[in-house]
Design a protein around this ligand. Sequence first.
Ligand SMILES: [Fe+2]
Ligand SMILES: [Fe+2]
Length: 186
Amino acid sequence: MHATRILTKEHVLIKQVLDLLDESRQALETGIPVPMIFFEKAGIFCSEFADRFHHFKEEFLLFGLLSYKKQGELDTAMGALRYQHDRCRQCMAQITRALERYEKNDEMAVTLVLEHLSVYVSLLHRHIHTEDHLFFPMAEKSLSTEENDSLTGQFAEQARRFDKSGRFLEKHQALADELSDITGSW
Ligand SMILES: [Fe+2]
Ligand SMILES: [Fe+2]
């Protein structure tokens, strides 16, 4: 399997959570209360799975290899993707910081959550679309079989570091299912 197919498979789960986050955004827009536990659990998913697990692989393993191989030719495209990762991290951190006051129905905190949620959902949707349809197909063509095998091996090693049982994806699928159950309650 090409290394980018592993990343695309992870995108399917991330997009599932993005759709739930979009539902929470629409609820907030129309004054429907969204329980704080939804944003707490979504924050854990986005931080652990999307950021520390998935984005790490892209930035430090795939982009690193491509930057070396293509001698800077792709640095502008990868710079934009890195910037989007950063902005998403910042938005999720802002949402998490606002939650204590959000729980007390502080209108300023609700506004902050809605503002950063909207940016997060919109940017990450565009980001994943760009990776799946433009960047990854180009990366697939650029890497040799040996480079791809090396990258796939590094991905597997990183997955073992995160979860020795090899069930990291399944655990986060379960978390996404919990989020889906919560959205059914409002
Ligand atoms: Fe990415
Ligand atoms: Fe990605």
